[in-house]
Every structure is written in structure tokens, then in C-alpha cells.
Design a protein around this ligand. Sequence first.
Ligand SMILES: C[S@@+](CC[C@H](N)C(=O)[O-])C[C@H]1O[C@@H](n2cnc3c(N)ncnc32)[C@H](O)[C@@H]1O
Length: 283
Amino acid sequence: MNYRHAYHAGNFADVLKHVTLALIIDYMKRKDAPFRVVDTHAGCGRYALDSAQAVKTGEWRGGIGRLLGPDAKPLPSDVEGIMAPYLEAVRAHNPPHQLRIYPGSPLIASRMMRSHDRLVANELHPEDRTALEEALGRDRRIILLALDGWVALKAMLPPKERRGVVLIDPPFEEEGELARLADGLVGALRRFATGVYLAWYPIKDVAPIAAFHHSVAAGAGCELLRIEIMLRRGNAADRLNGCGLIVANPPYTLRGQLSAALPELTQRMAAGAGARFVLDRLV
Ligand SMILES: C[S@@+](CC[C@H](N)C(=O)[O-])C[C@H]1O[C@@H](n2cnc3c(N)ncnc32)[C@H](O)[C@@H]1O
């Protein structure tokens, strides 16, 4: 377990993932009935953007820095409005008009949840697990686990509320992680068919991504939304060219919201010519 999210927190991939997560949680709150968020690979929760790790890569500057950093222009008002649940969650962890802290998925979820909603945050790395415990504080709505994420995915579903959002965000440091993600998502949908799932994946070479999409589409048996951002033209297998999310059982509002926000997000976070996004149904 070498992967440490502190090097990457707030980068373009986090922005795409967390904007989508926040839109989904916001939608779940339209009904009074409680829901549960299950975060299988939760990370540290709270990331200082002046830490040695964040400074070393500077990745956040190409992500959240382009939206809320000191040199960022204000977002167009329609995009600001759509992304309000996410932006509010980030701003809540920072002094006014400053960007020092980036909140990870469990902090964004816990900030948005109501008193009767629940979060299961699972993190295997002992140091990150300790940091997560400190970041979340004492909160009776939250259950912290230290299981293997794939075990947690099986053990935690279905939630007793029968309404839930499941984030599957593995580190992709082992061979075969894309296949495990496809199997994990399809298996989870069998146990909890009505859950809303977000499965995140990196895009280097696009060839294995097509096989991943094929396995998910063949096994899922529900509506699937594909959301991808490519930072630049090209398909170099040795670097991160983009990333994607598969959302299973997406709220009916999500596609429209993202189609309005993604042009601006993609343009702001581009790393070269040919940056683009994909937003379509996976069939
Ligand atoms: C991409 S990061 C998670 C980021 C977080 N979901 C967010 O959006 O803020 C992946 C996390 O998975 C943890 N991890 C690695 N292997 C794991 C495993 N087998 N089970 C659970 N967590 C694991 C890593 O320590 C890391 O914190």
C-alpha cells in the first residue's frame, strides 16, 4: 500500500469525482427518508494544501486551484449554481476567500448529510485511517472501518435504510484493479440493486477502459452514466491523461447538471490542446 492521496488531493480527478458525489447527495436530500453513504476507500478526509506532499506535486493547482485558487476567475453564475453543493463544502473548510484545505469524500459527505443520514467510511492504511478519525471527529452519524475496501463493499450492502450512495475509489496501484472494479460494482448491484454507485477509474491507455466498460455494461442490469474528462490529446500509457466515473442508477437530474458544468470544468482544468469530456449512457 504505497499510494498516498495527500499527493493528489484536490487535483482534476478529485474535482470531477466530488462535484458528482455532491450533486448525488444533494439529490438524495430531496426526500426526507434517511440514506447512507458508503465510502470504500475513504482516504484521510482532510488535506492541507501546503503540506510537503501537496507542494511536491502541486496537483491541486490544476484542479481545485483553477476554480477557487487565488488566481482563478469567478465561475459563470450558472456553473457556480450547479456546483454549489460541492463549492459550499470546500469553502466550509477554508477561511473566507482562501484555499488552504481540501476536503476529501468523507468530509464532503459528512458536511452535506442530515442528522438522520449515515456515513460508513472505510480506510485500510493505518496512518490515513488515524488522520481520517481526527478529521471526522466524534460524530454519531459516522461509522469508521479499517477493512479491505472490496470486503467492505460486500459487508456493508445493502444498507438498512435501503437508500444509499456508494463511492468506490480504489488507488489503482495493483494489476487488475479495473477488472476488480467491474466485478465489485456488478456484485454490489446484485446485493443492493437500487443504490446509486460512483466508480472512479484513471485513464492512461484507452484500450483497457473499453474492456472495463464492456464488463460493467454486460453485468450491471441498470442505467449507467459515463462521465470522463481528458486533460489533453493523446493516449500515452505511462501517464494519467484523464479519468472517468461510472454512475450506476444516476439521479435523473445528474446528466443535465453535468452537461452544463463540464464544458467550463474541462476548459479550466485542461493540461494541453485537445482536452475534452464525455457524458453519455453506457450501453
Ligand atoms: C484514491 S484514495 C481515496 C480518496 C477519497 N475517496 C476521496 O475522494 O477523498 C484511495 C485510498 O484507498 C486506500 N486504500 C488502499 N488500498 C486499500 C484497500 N485494499 N482497502 C481500503 N482502502 C485502501 C488508500 O490508503 C487511499 O487512502
